[in-house]
Design a protein around this ligand. Sequence first.
Ligand code: RVK
Ligand code: MG
Length: 309
Amino acid sequence: MSHSMTYSEKVSRFKGCLLAHAIADAAAAPFEGASTADSALGPFDFERRPYLKYSDDGEMTLGAAESLAECGGFDDEHMAKTWANHANAHRGYGGGVVTTLRMIREGKPWAEASRAVFSDGSYGNGAAMRVSPFGLLYASDREKLQRTVARSAEITHAHPAAIQGAQLIASAVSLAASDEGTDVWFDQLRDLKVNATYGAKLDDACEMVGHDTIPLDVVSSLGNTVDAEGSAVTSIYLAIRFINEPLAALIGFAIDLGGDTDTLAAMAAGIWGARNGVQAIPAVALDRLEDRHRFEVAAEKVAKLSVKP
Ligand code: RVK
Ligand code: MG
């Protein structure tokens, strides 16, 4: 984070990140599973949605922020219990993670629960979709960020692809929260030790930035699926493409991608919000977000923690 940034600017970015993430999740959730549009259909219209109810993406992100704030940093046991105890089945959790969280609630150590459903661990995007508070809190210490994010991912998503997806999204959030220009993001993201699939997608996404793409191009190169490899780089591309555009334009394009629309939109919007701040989010969206106040309080607490000596 740049030295010239005031504390209120920082709070705005932290709130912008968590609120944009939750708003985008809520806005795009009803389109989950849709097919890819032939052409971009334009910005999302917040006026047509009286209530923005967030899904598992928003719920786990809120839990992450609240646990970090309560513990004064990352505590794996507390984080695991927070996610497990907060999980509302009606918010559309992935099938595997529902079972893992139930086992944690019942007292199984997270390291066992995390490999109980899939022996190689889940490679879903569930670890990446909840990681933005880490990207904000540890933005000034890249090594600590990667280590902490990996550990947080493992609580439910032990597969290397899920862990790397979480590291990519957290890094993008931290780059957005700092004043690093988007032209250098790909260089920094390539420095993470990611697998060949991510490496190829980062190259493709870098190539696509600056070109006018249609939803089908984006999906065929980068993906729109619930696995971390099929969605993390897509969201980073979306965030960069729409970084200087309204949030509604980013959400509209994420919906046009089809597939895992809510998570694609949420991860991208978290990155967007960390750069643009809460003042860039339309009032109509903020007013209609479920638990808006709770997200704001959590963001303020994480911001406060990030400047603690
Ligand atoms: C519905 C085989 C595996 C696997 C492995 C498959 C919500 C399973 C959110 C699993 C997010 C699914 C998304 C999701 C987040 C994962 N072998 N199959 N090793 N690992 N799968 O259950 O939190 O939307 O079919 O861990 O990652 O909004 O059910 O959930 O979009 O991927 O789900 O993985 O899901 P989970 P998650
Ligand atoms: Mg989803």
